[in-house]
Design a protein around this ligand. Structure first.
Ligand SMILES: Cc1cc2nc3c(=O)[nH]c(=O)nc-3n(C[C@H](O)[C@H](O)[C@H](O)COP(=O)(O)OP(=O)(O)OC[C@H]3O[C@@H](n4cnc5c(N)ncnc54)[C@H](O)[C@@H]3O)c2cc1C
Length: 499
């Protein structure tokens, strides 16, 4: 590939976990390719990937009740949970490869073992949880999951939540010790440090303003150097649009037909954080509840122990909300400027269909701190307002597209949109998010570099032994992956909880 000034092989837009992951994988597979990254902020991992802008859950479907739905016949569909768990195992294997090969130093700087729990109240919910437990615990991917509806056992697992609980409603929880808290911000920064050492050119305070196809089939990016106020033009054979919430606008600018008829709906998030050490030390888990009726799946309430900068804190939320911005640092015009003639009908249909959701989000924005404390008190009955502060989390832009379910359908997953010739790919959507970054970036590679995949396969298998296989169908490999990743990422070292 070429090597001239302002001409590069690969351009990564955005310094979030997705670009970091793609750049790192590409450097392993094609070390000679020149890679250049442009990020409009001053540092890597400052938007959704930042540790305070997301919940840091290593999503493996161990505790998220929305990944297991009850079917009309009363049985539990665990297919989505299996898919997400398999995808998280891919991330664990890749991160273990990075540790083994000293591409990142200390795994404890970004990943910490932490029990994942689901907690429900009320007879109907307890019955659902029990059925869910029976379906999952029989599956080797979820080995080690426990269930209890005994308040004494629950007090031992979650003392802070069970203390002062007066209600005599049935209550039950599942617990699995192989969960994790992941500091995706720290991981993003580690990966970009590694990429810098690999001569990847990292350009911060550079905002990509336009993307055009050139006559020779390359992509030309118009980039504003925000420090100097100058405009630069850079070309590449392949562009990855990893702009998080900013990706939809950039995809639209590229003009590729695959980017048409797609819209975005921003959902903002707020957490409450507790730094009082006396309270923090009484909780040691991520405890996910059930979403309220009418709430979108990403606003399932959870009470999490977090490990950030070697400090333990508690996070509760997220409270969803509405803001027209597509990035936390975005513009109030993001939503309106994303409406184009080609997606107008899609957006209008979505608007008409999702009035209850919009109403719910606006109500959420208007909640007072005391109202939010009331929601927290459903988890911690004796929570005191003075121990909890509000933090504004990242923006999630949900994809809106026309599907078999109808025009303007709101999607809650992630979508890789790429040109037919594989020269440009964008990542839209935010769930299950950073946890599945490695799986999603492998999808980008297979869509955009089908010819190279055969040659790259041995190296990918070295990095991710389960590549091309499902762990569920390969029990020995599953055991090996569980053991080796837990060892490499030091996930077997437990911390003591004080009640
Ligand atoms: C409230 C909340 C909770 C979440 N919880 C979890 C969780 O528990 N677990 C999980 O796995 N995932 C979670 N996620 C999702 C996860 O955070 C995201 O999926 C992930 O961080 C997205 O990474 P990214 O690299 O695509 O985007 P980002 O991290 O947002 O990075 C995009 C970057 O592109 C830059 N950019 C944008 N436009 C331009 C431009 N024109 N020019 C130059 N640069 C540009 C931005 O400044 C930004 O730095 C959560 C998200 C939110 C908002």
């Amino acid at each position: 590939m070429s090597n001239r000034d302002n001409k590069t092989d690969v351009i990564l837009i955005g310094a979030g976990i997705m670009s970091a992951t793609l750049g790192t994988i590409l450097k392993e597979l094609a070390p000679d390719w020149e890679i250049t990254m442009f990020e409009k902020l001053a540092k890597a991992g400052e938007e959704s990937s930042n540790e305070w802008n997301n919940a840091g859950t290593g999503h493996a479907a161990l505790c998220e009740l929305n990944y297991t739905v009850e079917k009309a016949d009363g049985t539990i569909d665990i297919s989505k949970a299996i898919t997400i768990n398999e995808q998280f195992q891919v991330s664990l294997q890749f991160w273990s490869h990075l540790v083994h090969n000293k591409l990142i130093n200390n795994p404890q700087d970004f990943i910490t073992p932490l029990p994942h729990m689901s907690l429900v109240q009320g007879e109907q919910n307890v019955n659902f949880l029990k059925k869910r437990f029976e379906a999952l615990s029989a599956n080797p991917l979820f080995q080690g999951m426990e269930f209890s509806d005994d308040p004494k056992q629950l007090k031992d697992w979650i003392p802070l939540i069970m203390n002062d609980r007066s209600s005599d409603e049935p209550i039950a929880a599942t617990k699995i010790d192989s969960g994790t808290d992941v500091n995706f911000g720290a991981l993003t920064r580690m990966l970009f440090n590694h990429l810098e050492e690999q001569q990847v050119q990292l350009n911060y305070k550079h905002s990509v303003e336009d993307i055009k196809r050139t006559n020779d089939g390359r992509w030309e990016l118009k980039i504003r150097n925000l420090e100097k106020g100058t405009v630069e033009r850079h070309t590449a054979k392949f562009v990855f649009v990893g702009g998080g919430g900013g990706s939809l606008h950039l995809l639209q600018k590229s003009g590729i037909p695959e980017g048409k008829h797609i819209g975005g709906f921003p959902v903002s998030g707020l957490f409450m954080v507790c730094n009082n050490p006396e309270i923090v030390k009484r909780h040691h888990a991520k405890v996910y509840g059930k979403a309220k009726v009418g709430a979108p799946p990403m606003s399932v309430p959870h009470l999490d122990t977090r490990f950030i900068d070697n400090k333990k804190s508690l996070l509760f939320g997220p409270f969803a909300g509405f803001s027209p911005k597509f990035l936390k640092t975005g513009s109030m015009f993001d939503l309106i400027t994303s409406v184009k003639p080609h997606n107008l009908l899609t957006m209008l249909s979505a608007g008409a269909k999702n009035m209850p959701l919009t109403k719910y989000l606006i109500q959420q924005v208007l909640l007072s701190k005391e109202k939010r404390m009331d929601e927290l008190r459903e988890f911690i009955p004796d929570a005191k307002s003075e121990d909890w502060d509000l933090v504004v989390a990242g923006q999630r832009v949900q994809v809106i597209k026309d599907t078999e379910a109808g025009k303007g359908t709101l999607q809650f997953g992630t979508e890789v949109v790429s040109a037919a010739d594989g020269s440009i790919a964008a990542l839209l959507g935010a769930s299950p998010g950073a946890s599945t970054a490695v799986h999603v970036m492998l999808q980008v590679l297979s869509k955009c570099f089908p010819e190279q995949m055969k040659e790259w396969e041995p190296k990918i298998k070295e990095m991710i032994p389960s590549y091309g296989l499902t762990l569920l169908e390969n029990p020995e490999l599953l055991q090996e992956v569980h053991t080796t990743t837990a060892e490499a990422l030091r996930l077997t070292e437990k911390e003591q909880v004080n009640s």
